[in-house]
Design a protein around this ligand. Structure first.
Ligand SMILES: [Zn+2]
Length: 434
């Protein structure tokens, strides 16, 4: 698999690029148009390969260059009890977590494992440098797990507040490094530090939402669901912090529509944020093409109040061409902002009715779906897909062992912007090249 089965195409100007073998192409070379995503263009028909694990059954719609040995998978099921409680006759759940009884085997209990698998699979075996990833929590955990499972090098940067969530179910790999930002740091600070680390010679950046491997990997949750259901859903519900998962689902739904084998539903996006930090919801409700700028101090205060702390990107890819605004516009989408207590109620309801715990962000998504049902925004017989972006932590406690990852490096948030960060990294990269 040489990466030659796809091209990248600029959403704004249509220029195409071959996939680069080393590193990731993240931007269009033209500078005469506003910032725009590149999008991958695959063969029109989805080809399903049963012999490959997890998402790699869809590898002709992934930018993969290799197939990892270990790859978990989401579980998809028709939700009878929750559906009945909500008055929905065709509610499906794609469960991105660990719940083996439902076929879900993502051991970090998070949607982001799909993105980590896809990004790692897209890296050439000739790449000598170390991938640098920033995260508010789940993405970091996912890369720690996937890179440990598959013997790949990575530096993961997270704020200290995410440290209690940095557990994996395997032994940490020898070339897997966790860097933590101390102090009053949040996701945006982690991104800033990761950018500086990635600029070092021995490193390269994962690129976040601009990396097609990240988006297309998350988009496979929709592929699993559509393969099981047999058609594209009419409505798709997901909680969003940066919105990348929502963009990924939109992009994949367009490919499915073009394929022609999965019906003609144009899938409407319903993206849910957690108040009091719901900046994209605020913008979309006014149909603003940009998110309002919030004073940084106020943003930090609001983020600290979130029940679902991962839904906290202060700079989401909302206004970029091919981003959240375009996805909502194209699908006639809707955004919601739900309070902490609504999310908690939703989480208890899911666990009581379906029998598995779900993560705070997934509770937020379900609370948004409950709002949509109450307000009759969706019809009782319409085909609805709820993306449970995390869950099954109690099932992991039942079946597996959690290994808490200790930080290899600790940086002070207040120093990141000022100090040169040559500190000890030569030592780190030497140990990586062993
Ligand atoms: Zn362009």
């Amino acid at each position: 698999m040489a990466g030659s089965h796809y091209e990248l195409e600029c959403v704004a100007c249509g220029r195409s690029y071959e996939a680069t073998e080393l590193g990731f192409r993240l931007n269009c070379q033209r500078d005469d148009h506003p910032p725009a995503f590149l999008r991958s263009r695959y063969p029109r028909r989805l080809h399903i390969e049963d012999r490959h694990p997890g998402m790699f059954r869809y590898s002709n719609w992934l930018p993969s260059r290799r197939i990892p040995e270990v790859a978990g998978t989401p579980g998809v099921f028709r939700s009878e009890r929750l559906g009945r409680a909500l008055g929905l006759s065709r509610l499906y759940v794609v469960f991105n977590g660990y719940w083996p009884e439902r076929g879900a085997t993502l051991r970090t209990c998070a949607f982001k494992e799909l993105e980590a698998l896809s990004v790692c699979a897209s890296i050439s075996r000739r790449e000598q440098r170390t991938l640098v990833v920033s995260s508010a929590g789940n993405t970091g955990k996912a890369f720690l797990q996937v890179c440990s499972d598959n013997g790949m090098p990575v530096i993961v940067v997270v704020p200290e507040s995410a440290l209690p969530d940095m557990w994996i179910t395997t032994r940490k790999g020898p070339n897997v490094v966790l860097a933590v930002l101390r102090g009053n740091a949040d996701y945006a600070d982690a991104i800033a530090l990761a950018n500086r680390l990635a600029a070092l010679d021995q490193c390269f950046p994962e690129g976040g939402a601009r990396n097609v491997a990240r988006r297309d990997g998350m988009g496979t949750a929709l592929l699993h669901a559509v393969e099981k259901i047999g058609e594209i859903p009419e409505h798709y519900f997901q909680a969003v912090g940066s919105g990348t998962g929502g963009i990924a689902a939109w992009e994949m739904s367009r490919r499915l529509l073009a394929d022609g084998g999965f019906g003609s539903n144009k899938m409407r996006l319903h993206l849910v944020q957690n108040s009091p930090f719901a900046i994209m919801t605020a913008a979309w409700q006014l149909r603003l093409p940009e998110v309002p700028t919030l004073p940084e101090d106020e943003a930090r205060v609001r983020i600290r109040q979130l029940w679902a702390s991962v839904l906290s990107n202060r700079n989401p890819p909302y206004s970029v061409r091919g981003g959240v605004f375009d996805a909502l516009t194209d699908t006639g989408g809707h955004m919601y902002s739900v309070a902490n207590n609504e999310a908690e109620v939703a989480g208890r309801m899911f666990e009581e009715l379906e029998g598995c715990d779900i993560a705070p962000a997934a509770q937020v998504a379900l609370a948004g779906l409950m709002r949509a049902c109450r307000s009759k925004r969706i019809g009782n017989d319409e085909l609805v897909l709820l993306n449970v972006t995390g869950g099954g932590s109690k099932m992991v406690d039942r079946d597996l062992q959690k290994h808490y990852v200790r930080p290899d490096f600790v940086f002070d948030a207040s120093e990141v912007a000022r100090k040169p960060i040559r500190v000890r990294l030569p030592e780190l990269t030497r140990s990586m090249s062993r």
